[in-house]
Design a protein. Structure first.
Length: 499
């Protein structure tokens, strides 16, 4: 990430390393007041794309700590691993793909990895020491539940399992109807071997897991017809050098995407990521090869974003989980997590629904959004965030720290808050510093009360991206709502002001 952006993030309260006064620890990040505001807006925007427009998707909340039996049944205890390479000289540990930069190395056997290291003469990049035998390291964070050592638990590595084990109850709450979707937003923990790049690979982060259940014998998505001509940029597993741009119709007809619902959610993701400020041409979906997919997935696409330094970052994943999870939990728990087909009031068949899973990393979306928004113009820094995820709709300032001006500013602040605008009162500095601070944290408009305001009952509104100003009646300041929604052009919202 841009070092200037990192410095800005620390200085303006977006984020900083956790446990700083004790030297810090990689893989953990604290978010400040401004960072939390932006993240909250991103989550609300996600809801508007995935939850609010559908009447069959709803939210639940389940514990972060899970008994071992659940993650054994899901396959995570056995399969949720990375391969570790340890230097015999300095003891430093590496994830295998950080040393062997070969596509699909994660799927190699330990013998293949060891043989490759010897053939290529690969050694520790830190001290040039020899590597010990590679081994698999489980990424689950282990704990005990209560005082008994035998009651093993794990901090959840994903939010999905809390949904799967509640399927029967959720199915009944939905009137025993398919399809429907359930999501969770919350913290997950993964004991990464070598967390890196700040927000990119963390040991604790916020995830949105959406599990969508449908009947495999009735797999059609009714929304496909509306979007079949929309295009997605795809990087196939067998040809990772050439991004293809294909319509939704082509993706489904050619079985590049195996289920209509997966294609539908990939389209929604494209639109969502575009709404946080990422150009369509900076996005693509990377198909994972069989050896790269998670143990539960029959098909996976990672939603990738190209950042300002040309680094691809995964912001979401789309997995076709079939009936893997429901079937395994049914077998291990003895409870049938099934749907029913009913005719004439009688159950004629019980079956495991199929599942597609869109999964989003909130911190990574936050990262690519602020990276795309970061600009430097005339020795000034601007975080040109889309208005919908800016931390505040507007800041209210005064031209000078005078009581009569402060009184008007406070009245404006109160009035706009009552009109459900998210505003901040910033009268602590002279106006130039207020403008600079507002630009750096992404506030799109600054409303300034000056001496003339006391006479003509008007204020200036300054635009973050153009630095242009207009003069508006105080009684008409709800024009900010129209500006935030892009319903009116800035220059047409008031009188052009030239100082």
């Amino acid at each position: 990430m841009n070092n200037k952006l990192i410095e800005l993030a620390k200085r303006r309260g977006l984020f900083w390393p956790s446990f700083e006064i004790y030297g810090g620890m990689s893989g953990f990040i604290d978010f400040g007041p401004i960072g939390i505001k932006i993240i909250d807006k991103i989550e609300k925007l996600w809801r508007s794309h995935f939850e609010k427009r559908h009447d069959f998707i709803f939210e639940i909340s389940t514990p972060i700590v899970m008994p071992e039996i659940i993650l054994k049944a899901s396959g995570h205890v056995e399969h949720f691993t990375d391969v570790v390479l340890t230097c015999s000289k300095c003891g430093r540990k590496y994830r295998v793909d950080h040393i062997i930069e070969v596509e699909g190395v994660e799927g190699w056997s330990m013998e293949e990895i060891e043989r490759y290291l010897k053939e290529k003469g690969m050694k520790c990049p830190e001290c040039n020491g020899e590597f010990e035998k590679p081994y698999k390291f489980n990424l689950l964070m282990k704990t005990n539940i209560g005082p008994y050592a035998g009651d093993i638990g794990y901090l959840r590595p994903e939010a999905a399992q809390g949904i799967f084990i509640n399927f029967r109850r959720l199915y009944e709450l939905n009137g025993k109807k398919l399809p429907f979707g359930v999501f969770q937003i919350g913290k997950v923990q993964r004991n990464e071997i070598s967390p890196r790049k700040g927000l990119y690979r963390m040991r604790e982060f916020t995830i949105i897991d959406l599990e969508f259940f449908y009947d495999k014998e009735n797999p059609s998505c009714p929304y496909i017809k509306e979007i079949e001509n929309e295009k997605l940029r795809i990087l196939r597993a067998e040809n990772k050098n050439n991004v293809l741009e294909l319509s939704i119709r082509e993706l489904i007809r050619n079985e590049i995407v195996l289920t209509e619902w997966l294609a539908y959610f990939m389209y929604l993701s494209k639109e969502f990521i575009r709404s946080v400020g990422i150009d369509y041409n900076k996005q693509y979906f990377l198909e994972k090869a069989p050896e790269e997919r998670a143990h539960y997935s029959s098909q996976t696409f990672d939603h990738m974003v190209i950042t300002s330094d040309n680094t691809p970052i995964e912001v979401a994943g789309f997995a076709f989980r079939t009936d893997y999870d429901l079937r395994n939990h049914s077998e291990k728990s003895g409870n049938q997590l099934v749907a029913e087909k009913v005719e004439g009031g009688k159950v004629i068949e019980k079956f495991y629904p199929y599942v597609v899973e869109p999964s989003f990393g909130i911190e990574r979306i936050f990262l690519v959004a602020i990276d795309a928004a970061f600009k430097e113009i005339k020795n000034r820094t601007i975080l040109a965030l889309p208005k919908v995820i800016s931390p505040f709709d507007a800041a209210i300032a005064t031209i000078a720290a005078k009581d009569e001006l402060m009184k008007v500013a406070k009245e404006i602040y109160k009035s706009l808050k009552e009109k459900s605008l998210d505003v901040i009162l910033d009268t602590s500095e002279y106006i130039g510093k207020v403008y600079a601070r507002a630009d750096e944290i992404g506030i799109p408009y600054v409303i300034t009360v000056d001496y003339q305001s006391l006479e003509d009952k008007k204020v200036t509104i300054r635009d973050r991206d153009t630095w242009k100003q207009i003069r508006v009646n105080i009684s008409e300041l709800d024009i900010i709502k129209a500006l935030i929604k892009n319903e009116i052009e800035f220059e047409k919202a008031g009188e052009i002001f030239k100082n």
